[in-house]
Design a protein around this ligand. Sequence first.
Ligand SMILES: [Zn+2]
Length: 73
Amino acid sequence: MLKYLLVIGVIAFVYYFFIKKKPIQTTTRTQETTTQSDEMVQCQTCEVYCEISEAILSNGKYYCSQECLKSAK
Ligand SMILES: [Zn+2]
C-alpha cells in the first residue's frame, strides 16, 4: 500500500512538473517576443526599419547602426 502511494506520488509529481513547466516557458517566450519585436523604428539616415531594441537613440532620433549615427552628424 505504501509503495503504491509512493509510485503514484512520483508520477503525480513528474506529471505536475511537466505540466507546470510548459506554460511558464511559453509565456516568457511570448513576453520576450512582444517586447523585442513589437516596435519598429525608422533609421534617420538610410530609412531602414529596425527593431527598437537594436536601434540607437540619439537626440530623439533612431539610427540602425553606429555608421548611420556618425554620418548623420
Ligand atoms: Zn541606417
